[in-house]
Design a binder for this molecule. Structure first.
Ligand SMILES: NC(=O)c1ccc[n+]([C@@H]2O[C@H](COP(=O)([O-])OP(=O)(O)OC[C@H]3O[C@@H](n4cnc5c(N)ncnc54)[C@H](OP(=O)(O)O)[C@@H]3O)[C@@H](O)[C@H]2O)c1
Length: 284
């Protein structure tokens, strides 16, 4: 039976020799993803964020991991992805080390919490500039490098870090995240459009949609919501997200295992999104 004869199963999730760029790779979800890419066999992973020092120390930590492929390296390239100049600077920095890119993780993001009546125009614009416009600029400017080795058999990959806030309603009230939630919905739909546009060029575009993962960005909101323990209890899986959850999804989408997944938005939230509005008749 041909169906039983999977081609080289041991390498299905391997990223052997792949070249990757991770924006917002200096900490949080981006750093977890970068670690996964390297441990899955990537040969070069470029770590980008605005602060040069943060990129350097992330690379030092990544390069100290014991189980990397010989010669594999994380390389810091600081840049501000909210501006077109910053994105171009990032492409130039990466191009100094490689003539192609196989994997682009558009992960850098920002949020802003403020009540509806006082929600500032400047905050809305700032969030949109990085989370939507910046992601579009990033993918467009990296497209030539992504196309270099791309093929239908072995496509290059773009993974956007969106959020479940872009699928359901985000945070409301005093620290409402209107711009953030709208930006994540927008970037998920941008991903679907680019999946169809870039698929014929041999590039897949998918989004991951994390729920709550403790990080610098989410810790304030976690505290306001009553703390990590309380939020974990309310999750169908009785926990928050952790590094491995991001690692698994990113390696799946960027390896041969995920080569035919295009335009998807994968929730990584323990199912929390789907329990909103849940009717528990025993409590009526
Ligand atoms: N944590 C969660 O619960 C959660 C849930 C859903 C989605 N997400 C999404 O996951 C992504 C990563 O968030 P995180 O939780 O890991 O947050 P984080 O720990 O605050 O990390 C954000 C990263 O983005 C970088 N960054 C911020 N502004 C930037 C800019 N203008 N240009 C380039 N890099 C910039 C930061 O470094 P610098 O300060 O050095 O620039 C940092 O490396 C975001 O897109 C976020 O919306 C997070």
């Amino acid at each position: 039976m041909a169906e039983a004869q999977l081609h080289d199963f041991p390498s299905l999730f391997s990223l052997d020799g792949k070249v990757a760029v991770v924006t917002g790779g200096s900490r949080g979800l981006g750093l977890s993803a970068a670690s996964a890419l390297l441990q899955a066999g990537a040969s070069k992973v470029f770590i980008s964020s605005r602060k040069a020092k943060a990129c350097e120390s992330a690379c030092a930590a990544l390069n100290a991991q014991p189980n990397l492929r010989p010669g594999a390296r994380a390389i810091p390239v600081p840049a501000d992805c909210a501006t077109l100049d910053g994105v171009k600077q990032l492409v130039a920095g990466v191009s100094a080390h490689t003539d192609h890119v196989d994997i682009l993780l558009a992960n850098a993001g920002a949020t802003w919490g403020e009540a509806f009546d006082t929600h500032p125009d400047s905050a809305f614009a700032k969030v949109m500039d990085l989370n939507v416009r910046g992601v579009f600029n990033l993918i467009r400017e990296f497209a030539p490098l992504l196309q270099k080795r791309a093929s239908a058999e072995d496509p290059s990959r773009v993974v956007i870090t969106a959020s479940v806030a872009g699928l359901g309603v985000g945070t409301l009230g005093k620290q409402a995240t209107f711009g953030y939630s709208a930006s994540k919905a927008a970037v998920i739909h941008l991903g679907r459009n680019l999946a169809v546009e870039l698929g014929p060029r041999g590039i897949t575009v998918n989004s991951i949609c994390p729920g709550f993962f403790p990080s610098k960005m989410s810790n304030g909101l976690l505290e306001m919501a009553g703390g990590a323990e309380k939020l974990a209890k309310g999750n169908p899986m009785r926990r928050l997200g952790r590094s491995e959850d991001i690692a698994g999804a990113v390696v799946y989408l960027t390896s041969r295992a995920g080569a035919h997944v295009n335009g998807a938005a994968i929730e990584i939230d323990g199912g929390a999104l789907w329990q909103r509005g849940q009717l528990d008749v025993s409590k009526l």
